[in-house]
Design a protein around this ligand. Sequence first.
Ligand SMILES: NC(=O)c1ccc[n+]([C@@H]2O[C@H](COP(=O)([O-])OP(=O)(O)OC[C@H]3O[C@@H](n4cnc5c(N)ncnc54)[C@H](OP(=O)(O)O)[C@@H]3O)[C@@H](O)[C@H]2O)c1
Length: 325
Amino acid sequence: MWTIDDIGDQTGRVALITGANTGIGYRTALALARRGARVVLACRDEGRGRAAAARIGAGAEVRRLDLTSLASIRAFELGHDRLDLLVNNAGVMIPPYGLTGDGFETQIGVNHLGHFALTGLLLDRLLATPGSRVVTVSSNAHKRGVIDLDDLHFARRRYVPMTGYAQSKLANLLFTHALQRRLEAAGAGTLSVAAHPGAARTELMRHSPAHFRLVVSRRTRWLFSWLIQDEEPAAYPTLRAATDPGATGAAYYGPDGWGEFTGRHPVLVGTAPAVADTALQDRLWAHSQRLTGVSYALVASESRFAEHLAVPAAPTDEQCLGRNA
Ligand SMILES: NC(=O)c1ccc[n+]([C@@H]2O[C@H](COP(=O)([O-])OP(=O)(O)OC[C@H]3O[C@@H](n4cnc5c(N)ncnc54)[C@H](OP(=O)(O)O)[C@@H]3O)[C@@H](O)[C@H]2O)c1
């Protein structure tokens, strides 16, 4: 049974965690720093990032990163030659309809496309670091997800916030698998794995209806502890995915409790059948490359994965806003 005490010494390792100023990302960074890692907190609000780094203390640094902007992602400076661990953690859930600066629906833009671009741009550093890992944080909600590659941004269908969130979280797992297949084909030692935190009391619920925020608030903690857990144990699946020497490619960890909602001993958990659909993985990959302009120079014969490359053009802002304003 894995416990938090199983995390080995992280001295000398560099870990980059997106959205690390609060919630699960903060808890992940804190635990890694306590075991000696140098943690780089990639935050859109540098002030909040600095406050988090001050709470963590030695070993924490802040870098600005706004996942709604490809320009910000391209401008991101890691400041280290090595990268042992990239944790694609930042996320938004059920915001009002909106587009990123690059015209992507906010949830697919931040949760998937931003991380797709960031990972691709940092790949050379990951490949050059022995034993490196990419951990992508998904959700139980991926099981309700459907990827609509013809209308990823809700230009032609009505925007249903949870449909958008579930789509983005399914994209996280398809990306995890697609990246792992490409790493293996290239003979690279870098591992692509995933985790989900169950249900946690974090700021993620900021756009949720009032009754839902009450359920996840500290005031009702005594009543719903079987369903919703505190931030710290919610980070354990990510921490296991990040550090367990026994993890294998595309492993997916979640809480061990009932319904995978809570638990202190993360275990390997199952995914929706769609995650194993390699054609869907490859179509999303090609689509993501096209939308972000980031190509992974990983496999000389990328075409071997490109069986379904009919990528529809991204809708214009006007199309999206006209439909969803
Ligand atoms: N909480 C849960 O029950 C739950 C369940 C399943 C999956 N998850 C997943 O767990 C991950 C962490 O969520 P959390 O619960 O810790 O939520 P959280 O407390 O709201 O933290 C989310 C983090 O992402 C950052 N972020 C949001 N938009 C960003 C952007 N455009 N660029 C850079 N950073 C951005 C936030 O920054 P700001 O502080 O500046 O907003 C914050 O640091 C997410 O991927 C989420 O989908 C959470």
